[in-house]
Design a protein. Structure first.
Length: 80
């Protein structure tokens, strides 16, 4: 997704891609030998935070709540 993109359909596709990346990090990050146990979480949070910050124009879309829920899940995982 390009900076300044206004297509809702492209944004929705990008939301799915971000969710997929975070899911991959959650599933495989802890399994990688020599990989800091918590580094995958910080990478996932960073990707999500950056995407949210750059696409605030879409905060009225229903998918925005999925992003917020995913962000909250990552925060809770850090507290455990």
């Amino acid at each position: 997704m390009e900076k300044g993109e206004t297509s809702v359909e492209k944004w929705r596709g990008a939301v799915s891609e971000v969710e997929d990346i975070v899911d991959i990090l959650q599933n495989f990050g802890p399994r990688v030998e020599g990989f800091n146990k918590y580094k995958w979480r910080s990478q996932a949070r960073s990707i999500l935070r950056t995407f949210i910050a750059r696409t605030k124009d879409f905060e009225d879309e229903p998918e925005w709540e999925r992003l917020m829920a995913l962000q909250e899940d990552l925060k809770k995982a850090d507290e455990d």
